[in-house]
Write a protein that binds this ligand. Structure first.
Ligand code: ADP
Length: 432
């Protein structure tokens, strides 16, 4: 490649040469014209290439521009390489950017980016859902104009972002509890992270309720027991009276024992999340055991009918199944008046599922209670439950045992007529 000075010198030489030849042949005017003609050749060439460059830059297709020959080839080539590199860099930055956006969108937490004036720069779909925002509509709006909860406005105002803020009754159905915290980043900007803590809050409330309920259940027999002890201490009782007091104290102690036993059973069931093992349990044998226990509990006050329509084996944990079936039978006895009849049946239905049902002709249960019966300590008839030694945990235990055996607990009841409690086991757990 020739250098610029050499090219220029060559051009001047050619212009003089052309001028000299023209001067000898045609005269001085023609000599000047010939010199100018030679000098304007590279000018025209450059002009043509500049025009092509303009055309391709306007069409944003510099990369596909055909390369000219000569001095402009190198310029076009370098320009094309530069544009290609820049475009590739832009593409990879865009890809990275959209990967970040996708990651933020995939987050189960709400994310909002705020500028130094608390304007929304960006937010993900979860945050839109939590706060009823619409990113396209609300971009660059001040967040405290859109989320107007006083505690949130104050949180932004105080700027103590090392603390988090709990917002209750949020979301489209006003049923969410959200934990929110702002994290400073970059140039006075803030990232708001919002976590849905509804389930955690519910679990916490349930735990508090549970502790309150247990304390309440324990306090009554303890108070009664202490009352008896004080009486026995302060009064001079004869042997018969003493025995009567001991009996009453025994019944309170028994009540506490049942409560603790049921609590332990529940705790064990809750701790064990695995499905129940597949031990073969003979239903006819189990029914005979249940019948025996029922007759002892009823003391001849009820008419029983224990039936096994489809003799079979149930695959499960025998101790748990006996406890669940026994609970349903004992409830039927305890909540039904003396004249009631109680039928217990095991059958395999058309779909091959095993159904254990207990039907009584007792007082029945109003429909508004049915969905809550398996909650811990939920009682329809509180005094009858206590009088008959109930802890309020029986059906909660039955429900847990059913879950461990993939069974369903179905409760049907008509007030004044009676109730049927059915445990339906999947066909995989029934062996003919
Ligand atoms: P409890 O120890 O109080 O019997 P459960 O969890 O076994 O607790 O039962 C919850 C409530 O359901 C009982 O307090 C009672 O009001 C109601 N219940 C259960 N079984 C029957 C039934 N067969 N007939 C009428 N009410 C029942």
């Amino acid at each position: 490649m020739l250098s610029v000075i050499t090219r220029f010198a060559l051009l001047i030489f050619l212009a003089f040469l052309a001028g000299y030849i023209a001067l000898a042949q045609l005269g001085p005017i023609s000599a000047i014209g010939a010199g100018i003609c030679v000098l304007s050749i590279p000018l025209i060439y450059s002009y043509i290439n500049l025009a092509r460059l303009r055309k391709f830059t306007v069409a944003d297709s510099v990369e596909s521009m055909p390369l000219p020959s000569g001095y402009w080839e190198e310029i076009f080539f370098r320009l094309q390489r530069l544009v290609r590199n820049l475009k590739q860099q832009m593409r990879s930055i865009e890809k990275q950017h959209s990967r970040f956006i996708e990651a933020f969108q995939a987050s189960p937490n709400g994310i909002v980016m705020l500028d130094d004036q608390d304007h929304i720069e960006w937010c993900n779909a979860i945050a839109e859902q939590f706060f009823g925002l619409n990113f396209k509509r609300d971009v660059m709006q001040r967040i405290n104009f859109l989320i107007r909860r006083p505690e949130f406005v104050q949180y932004l105002y105080r700027r103590q972002f090392d603390e988090s803020l709990l917002l209750e009754r949020m979301g489209p159905a006003a049923n969410l509890s959200l934990m929110l915290q702002a994290f400073p980043f970059g140039d006075m900007r803030h990232l708001l992270l919002i976590q849905d803590v509804t389930d955690l809050q519910k679990a916490d409330a349930m735990r508090r309720d549970f502790v309150a309920n247990v304390s309440h259940e324990m306090r009554t027999p303890i108070t009664v027991l202490m009352g008896f002890l004080e009486t026995m201490q302060s009064l001079d009782l004869d042997k018969a009276q003493q025995n009567q007091y001991f009996e009453m104290m025994m019944s309170q102690a028994q009540r506490m024992k049942s409560l603790v036993e049921d609590l332990l059973t529940l705790a064990n069931l809750e701790a064990n999340t695995l499905p129940a093992p597949m031990q073969a349990i003979s239903i006819p044998t189990l029914m005979a055991l249940l019948k025996n226990d029922a007759e002892v509990l009823s003391q001849g006050h009820h008419a029983f009918n224990f039936e096994v329509s489809s003799p079979s084996n149930l695959m499960g944990e025998e101790r748990e199944i006996l406890s669940a079936f026994g609970n349903l039978v004992s409830n039927a006895i305890r909540y039904s008046p003396d004249i009631a009849s109680i039928s217990t049946n095991w059958r395999v239905n058309e779909r091959g599922e095993g159904e254990f049902s207990v039907t009584d002709t007792g007082p029945g249960i109003a429909s508004e209670h049915l969905s809550r019966l398996t909650e811990r300590f939920y009682r329809v008839d509180r005094s009858r439950s206590r009088d008959t030694g109930g802890t309020g945990l029986g059906l909660a235990i039955v429900k847990h045992i059913a879950n461990r055996h993939q069974a369903q607990l179905i409760i049907e009841s008509t007030p004044g007529k009676g109730s049927t409690f059915t445990l339906r086991f999947p066909k995989e757990r029934v062996v003919a």
